[in-house]
Design a protein around this ligand. Structure first.
Ligand SMILES: C[S@@+](CC[C@H](N)C(=O)[O-])C[C@H]1O[C@@H](n2cnc3c(N)ncnc32)[C@H](O)[C@@H]1O
Length: 320
C-alpha cells in the first residue's frame, strides 16, 4: 500500500500549505498537505481506546479530571490510570489534531520530522498528543513504494512526571501497525517517567536533540517550582546544540499568566527573557511566534467524543 491508502477516502478537506508561505499565524488549518487526514488520526484513537470509549465509568472519570484541571491540581488529574485513560480518550485526540497541523505548518519543525534522522524530546508529552502529531507528519512523508528514498528515522522521547506507560505503549503500537506497517522500525519511542525539572539535565541527552517541545506544560512546571523551572531553561541554554529547535505553547490569554513577586505577567515574557536575553544577546533566536493562534477542527469529524477547537500562543526558537 502506498501512503495514499492511509488517507480517509472521500474526505473533502481543504488542504493548506506551510504557514511560512501563508504568513497567517492567527489560524492554522484543520489539516495540511503534510499531515494525515483528520479521520485517519481519530480512527487511530478509536482503535486504541475502544475499551475505554465503551466503558460506562468513562464519563465519571472525565468529570473528576475536569474538576482537578479546573482547580489546577495537575498531579491529581494525572495521578491515576483511570483518570489518565479518560484524559487521553477525551482530550488527547483534539491535541493530536492541532499538533499535527502545527508541526506540519511550521516549515522548520516539519523538516526536523521528515528530512533527517532526528531526535525529539517532548516534555510533559506522556498523554500522547505530541506523539501522534509527530507520527502523523512522519507517516505522511513516507513513500512506502519508494522506501530507499526515505531512509530517515525518528526517535521520540517523552518525559512526564505521571506514568503514562500504558497509553504511550498502546498508541505507539497502533502507529507502527496501522501507519508505519511496512517499516515500523523507522520510529523509535521511549517513555521516561520522571520529573523534568528535578532530573540531571545530562540524563536527557540535550546535546543530541534536534527538537524539544513543551506544549501546555510550561505553566505546570512553573506552578510546581519556579526556581527549578528557570534552572531547567538555563540547562537548555547551556546544553542544546546549535541549530536545535524549541517549541513552546500554552493557552492564549490570562490563564497563562505567572506571578513573580507582586507582579503578574504572561509566561512567554519570562521565557523570552531567559532564552532570548533582554536585548537579543541570549542563546536562542526567535524563528516564529503567535500570541493567539486558533486551531479549528473540521465539523464532520468521526469520533464518539467532542473534539475541541484550541486557541493558544506558541514560540519557536532556534539555538544560535
Ligand atoms: C496539561 S498536560 C499537557 C499534556 C500534553 N503536553 C498536551 O499538550 O496534550 C501537562 C503534562 O505535563 C506533565 N508534567 C507536569 N509537571 C511535570 C514535570 N515536572 N515533569 C514532567 N512532566 C510534567 C503532566 O503530567 C501532564 O502530562
Amino acid at each position: 500500500m502506498s501512503k495514499k491508502s492511509v488517507k480517509f477516502e472521500g474526505d473533502n478537506t481543504l488542504i493548506h500549505n506551510d504557514l511560512s508561505e501563508e504568513s497567517d499565524l492567527s489560524n492554522i488549518p484543520a489539516v495540511t498537505k503534510d499531515s494525515l487526514y483528520t479521520n485517519d488520526i481519530l480512527k487511530l484513537f478509536q482503535d486504541s481506546f475502544n475499551h475505554i470509549l465503551s466503558s460506562p465509568s468513562l464519563e465519571g472519570f472525565i468529570q473528576k479530571v475536569k474538576s482537578d484541571l479546573y482547580n489546577r491540581d495537575y498531579i491529581s488529574a494525572f495521578g491515576q490510570d483511570d483518570k489518565r485513560m479518560a484524559y487521553s480518550a477525551r482530550w488527547t485526540p483534539s491535541r493530536a489534531l492541532c499538533y499535527s497541523s502545527l508541526f506540519s505548518s511550521l516549515k522548520e519543525v516539519k523538516e526536523v520530522i521528515t528530512d533527517q534522522n532526528s531526535k525529539v524530546l517532548c516534555v510533559g508529552g506522556g498523554a500522547g498528543g505530541e506523539l501522534i502529531g509527530l507520527s502523523s507528519v512522519f507517516t505522511q512523508s513516507r513513500d512506502f513504494l519508494n522506501k530507499d528514498k526515505y531512509k530517515s528515522k525518528l526517535n521520540i522521547k517523552l518525559i512526564d512526571i505521571a506514568d503514562w506507560t500504558t497509553i504511550v505503549t498502546q498508541l505507539t503500537s497502533k502507529v507502527k501497525k496501522n501507519w508505519l506497517y511496512d517499516e515500523p522500525d523507522s520510529l523509535e519511542v521511549d517513555f521516561i517517567n520522571d520529573d523534568v525539572i528535578s532530573v540531571d539535565p545530562a540524563s536527557l541527552h540535550l546535546t543530541d536533540l534536534n527538537l524539544i517541545t513543551l506544549l501546555f506544560t510550561t505553566n505546570e512546571l512553573f506552578a510546581e517550582d519556579k526556581a527549578k523551572s528557570i534552572r531547567f531553561f538555563q540547562a537548555l541554554n547551556k546544553l542544546c546544540q546549535s541549530g536545535a529547535y524549541l517549541l513552546i505553547s500554552e493557552s492564549a490569554g490570562s490563564y497563562s499568566h505567572i506571578t513573580v513577586g507582586s507582579k503578574k505577567f504572561p509566561i512567554q515574557f519570562l521565557i523570552d527573557t531567559i532564552l532570548l536575553g533582554k536585548k537579543g544577546e541570549g542563546e536562542w533566536e526567535l524563528v516564529n511566534k503567535s500570541d493567539s493562534c486558533w486551531y479549528r477542527c473540521e465539523k464532520d469529524y468521526q469520533y464518539p467524543m467532542k473534539i475541541e477547537n484550541m486557541r493558544f500562543f506558541f514560540r519557536l526558537y532556534r539555538k544560535k
